[in-house]
Design a protein around this ligand. Structure first.
Ligand SMILES: *Cc1c(COP(=O)(O)O)cnc(C)c1O
Length: 392
């Protein structure tokens, strides 16, 4: 199945839609039946047939089909947020007494799930750096059940060698799960590398317009059925038909958007690497990055997130730099049309600052759909806030 077919046609039945080019939003909680036989049949197949929108909804079903095809998975479930997808997927796979090995500093609320919620139910986690897959192997205990990856990783975009970690998991009979949000299914398909559960925050690239919060889990049909009957239906953190429709619209331009940032972001990064006020650039697609070879092997093209450490010893200077940015707006999320900056210095007083690992002089950037020249000029004028005396 080619990409254009998946994006433009798969799962869309235009005859059913009275010829409408765009799928309608099935904004209904209930589906009605003309006889008990049909009702009984629908209830048995609640994951695949309209019965009640917490289980199945045609708008959501179209989205599920497209996302599964993009990831190369048998099935897909869509949730009300990326965090909901991760929590439901991990809870379905774990029980009291189990142990998880997770990459260091995963997304903040994944971190909270593993360090605060799951321990209340008897699940423990060991965190590893993960840039060497052997660290996963060394952390395995007799009760280890699952290896968790996030590649690229939050904030500083370290990678894990997915195939190597999967090989370790398979040798020990363990499950693997990955947060694939930063790569998108277009650039990295972990299911095809043997990963059992792939998660996305669809609030980011998949939505692409900064107007939806949603999450995705891709996996085998068998696993999806377990999650559907369990966490999906009981915790009920499902996506609304309206939000599913917005994600369908976002998907129409996902390949174009990813192509765009693959061209512009390396130019912006090259400018920053040459700037005296920038101490470090964190971007795995940069030729000077220690994991560049792995990035090129594991992902299809560069993506739009990078971070920089500023050559400054003053929070006030970092703040002034961020305040001077105009095209890059200050916000926590990413993945939309607009460029964003997120300074670690803003986190220092927050209860969620899992901190220590990422220093306060680091600013995370997301390159939106603007021209590279515009973004470079914005950064150039803002970097004037970092005085030359610090440039030694
Ligand atoms: C945003 C994000 C999440 C959480 O997704 P929500 O949709 O905000 O719940 C998970 N992982 C990564 C890498 C993210 O960036």
């Amino acid at each position: 199945m080619d990409l254009s077919y998946i994006i433009n046609h798969l799962g869309e039945d235009r005859d059913e839609y009275m010829g409408a080019a765009v799928p309608p939003i099935f904004q209904t909680s209930n589906f009605v039946f003309s006889n008990v036989t049909d009702m009984r049949a629908a209830l048995i197949r609640e994951m695949d047939q309209p019965f009640y929108t917490r289980g199945h909804n045609p708008t959501v079903a179209t989205l599920r089909q497209k996302l599964a095809a993009l990831e190369g998975s048998e099935e897909c479930l869509v949730f009300s947020s990326g965090s909901a997808a991760i929590a439901a997927g991990l809870m379905s796979a774990l029980q009291a007494g189990d142990h998880v090995v997770c990459v260091r500093k995963p997304y903040s609320w994944t971190n909270k799930l593993l360090t605060q919620l799951l321990p209340r139910f008897g699940v423990e986690t060991t965190f590893v750096d993960g840039s060497d897959p052997e660290e996963y192997r060394r952390a395995i205990r007799p009760n280890t059940k699952l290896l968790y990856l996030e590649s690229p990783n939050s904030l500083t975009f370290e990678l894990q060698d997915i195939e190597a970690v999967v090989a370790i998991a398979k040798a020990h009979g363990l499950l693997t799960a990955i947060d694939n949000s930063f790569a998108t299914p277009l650039n990295q398909q972990p299911i095809l590398m043997g990963v059992d559960m792939v998660f996305h925050s669809a609030s980011k690239y998949i939505g692409g317009h900064s107007d939806v919060v949603a999450g995705v889990m891709c996996c085998s049909r068998e696993r999806a059925e377990i999650v559907f009957r369990g966490e999906y239906m009981t915790l009920g953190s499902i996506i609304s038909p309206n939000d599913a429709w917005l994600l369908l619209r976002g998907l129409r331009t996902l390949p174009l958007r990813m192509e765009r940032v693959a061209k512009t972001t390396p130019q912006v990064v090259a400018f920053l690497e040459a700037h005296p006020a920038v101490e470090t650039v964190y971007y795995p697609f940069s030729p000077s990055h220690p994991q560049h070879e792995l990035a090129m092997r594991q992902m299809k093209q560069p993506t739009g997130q990078f971070s920089i450490a500023l050559r400054s010893d003053s929070v006030a200077e970092v703040d002034a730099f961020c305040d001077k940015l105009t095209y890059f707006m200050l916000a926590a999320s990413w993945g939309g049309y607009e460029s964003l900056a997120f300074p670690m210095s803003a986190l220092v007083t927050s209860a969620n600052y899992s901190g220590s690992v990422v220093p306060w002089n680091v600013v995370r950037f997301y390159a939106g759909l603007e021209d590279a020249e515009v973004l470079i000029e914005d950064l150039r004028q803002a970097l004037e806030a970092i005085p030359v005396k610090a440039h030694r």
